[in-house]
Ligand binder design. Structure first.
Ligand SMILES: C[S@@+](CC[C@H](N)C(=O)[O-])C[C@H]1O[C@@H](n2cnc3c(N)ncnc32)[C@H](O)[C@@H]1O
Length: 508
């Protein structure tokens, strides 16, 4: 019987899982992935992050089915995870060739014909600085390139595994989609696809996700160490297609056996520019983008909202004169609809939500009124001035400056990603992006808002955002500027069509 992982919803137990990247692969996915890597007759499989042995268990099932012995090889950092492998019907003999080691920094000195993994998903800010340096130099030596520092451990896992993949070998990795969506993705995939053959990328409809309660969007990458080709297969798996997907992967992704799957044959070039985790978008290649109409800047980062972002009562009680305060909104939740009016602000004030931002300039402390001086000193006494972001400001209490944006963008969420008309002249904090139209007259702004709230425009956000589990997305400022805008909708709302650009779209 395969162990089904019970996930703690939150708290320290969940945090510990994140720290170690310990989320187990469900049996059906493990069997499909192992099926792919052994499809051409390999007699071994290597799992660099064995954990509780989901892939070993799947390999035993398949080995019985195909009546071919399979040698199980692996590495694992945490010996305690291996202790639970028996719950996956694995015995000591099955685990005998698992080395307890750090796979990326201290890898085995040999090549493998079939590599299968669900690598730990550990984001870059959780990695120790010394490890980061070692990881950087490994990538530099292996690829001759530098990998952006924001790549998580799973990206290094993939590169190390590719390095240890024997010629003609097969590799299957299940990883979060950010490996194809992050700032580093385009150059990473250009390198991989010029040295290896990308056979297929499998994505999942949120309702078919192998990790339904985890806030990442998983994808499966199927790669071979053989001559690269210009095309790859891509699919978005629906719940009804799971059996077909397994059969297809176990055939080694042979097109003639694709059964009921909705497979797309895509060019590598288009896949990398669109993002391998996203559906094909060939027809949008020369589409106008949001940057043709607006500039996008992130909201104000205070570095310490508890000090700088106050309720009206707090500001009054502290005796801070109005000239040092501006009206601001902090959380996406504080703006329920698609506009901010004076009424929105009154409602927030009634609820006791902060709306007053202490927006000081860089003058010396002595030049501020006495009560404000005292508040600044109070901040220093409690160490507010030592915060990561704040200590880089000179003087530390000087606030970032933004013009009032006519439009805000709530950039994170499932249904909440939306454009908001700023009718109250507020400034947003980092829960929002500031959208500044090139054309500032009211009529153009109203037309632009129609364009931005159009369902086709909203649907395109998935093309530029980073996807998370459950269909949620997050859109960064530069990515939002690349949002494709349908020409038909531009015409419908009465805005002037931007001039067509040749080959400029989707540049990274
Ligand atoms: C996402 S789990 C996958 C486990 C199992 N293969 C599965 O699919 O269910 C990743 C595993 O990698 C292990 N791990 C984390 N860092 C590692 C490293 N540097 N080297 C080897 N294993 C590591 C974690 O302890 C965890 O057991």
């Amino acid at each position: 019987m395969t162990m089904v992982q019970k996930l703690p919803a939150s708290g320290p137990a969940r945090e510990a899982l994140r720290e170690k990247g310990q989320f187990w692969t469900p049996a059906w996915v493990a069997e499909a992935m192992v099926g792919y890597v052994i499809a051409r007759g390999s007699t071994t499989i290597f799992d660099p992050a064995v954990g509780t042995g989901a892939f070993f268990q799947a390999a035993k099932v398949l080995s019985n089915r195909v009546e071919r012995p399979l040698t199980l090889l692996g590495t694992e950092l945490d010996p305690k995870a291996l202790d639970h492998a028996q719950e996956n019907d694995l015995n000591l003999a099955d685990l005998a060739q698992v080395q307890v080691t750090n796979f990326v920094l201290n890898p085995p000195h040999k090549l493998f014909e079939a590599i299968v993994a669900n690598p730990p998903y550990i984001r870059h800010h959780r990695l120790a600085s010394a490890d980061k340096l070692a990881l950087k130099s490994f990538v530099q030596n292996f690829t001759g390139r530098n990998l952006d520092g924001r790549a998580g451990l799973h990206v290094y896992f993939l590169l190390r595994a590719l390095q240890l993949l024997a010629p003609e070998g097969y590799l299957a990795f299940i990883v979060p989609a950010d490996i194809c969506e992050g700032v580093f993705a385009a150059s990473l995939w250009q390198w991989i696809t010029t040295h290896y053959r990308l056979d297929a990328v499998i994505t999942f409809d949120p309702v078919a996700s192998p990790f339904p309660k985890v806030d990442t969007n998983p994808i499966i990458l199927l790669i071979r160490h053989t001559t690269p080709t210009a095309e790859f297969f891509w699919t978005r798996c629906q719940p009804t297609e799971i059996d077909d997907l397994k059969i297809w992967m176990q055939s080694g992704c042979n097109e003639s056996s694709n059964y009921g799957l909705n497979l797309h044959r895509r060019s590598i070039k288009e896949g990398i520019t669109t993002g391998l985790s996203r559906a094909p978008q060939v027809e949008l290649e020369n589409s106008p983008v949001l940057a043709d109409f607006v500039t996008v800047v992130r909201g104000i980062a205070t570095g310490a909202n508890e000090f700088f972002f106050l309720t009206s009562e707090q500001a009054n009680a502290l005796g801070i004169p109005d000239e040092f305060l501006i009206t601001a909104v902090g959380r996406t939740r504080d703006v329920p609809g698609d506009e901010i009016t004076d009424g929105t602000l009154e409602a927030l004030q009634k609820k006791g939500r902060p709306t007053r931002l202490l927006a000081l300039d860089g003058r010396p402390v002595e030049e501020f009124p006495e009560r404000l001086r005292n508040y600044i000193k109070q901040g220093e006494a409690t160490g507010i001035n030592k915060g990561e972001l704040i200590k880089q400001r000179k003087p530390w209490y000087k606030m970032e400056v933004r013009n009032t944006p006519p439009i805000l963008f709530a950039y994170l969420g499932r249904r909440n990603v939306r454009f908001i008309r700023n009718r109250a002249g507020v400034l947003p904090l980092t829960g929002f992006l500031c959208v500044y139209p090139h054309n500032r007259d009211t009529e153009s702004i109203e037309k632009l808002l129609k364009l931005l709230s159009h369902p086709q425009t909203i649907a395109n956000l998935a093309l530029v955002g980073k996807s998370y589990g459950d269909g949620a997305i997050k859109v960064e400022p530069r990515a939002l500027e690349r949002l494709p805008l349908p020409r038909s909708v531009i015409a419908e709302v009465g805005l002037q069509q931007p001039k067509a650009k040749q080959g400029q779209f989707w540049e990274f």
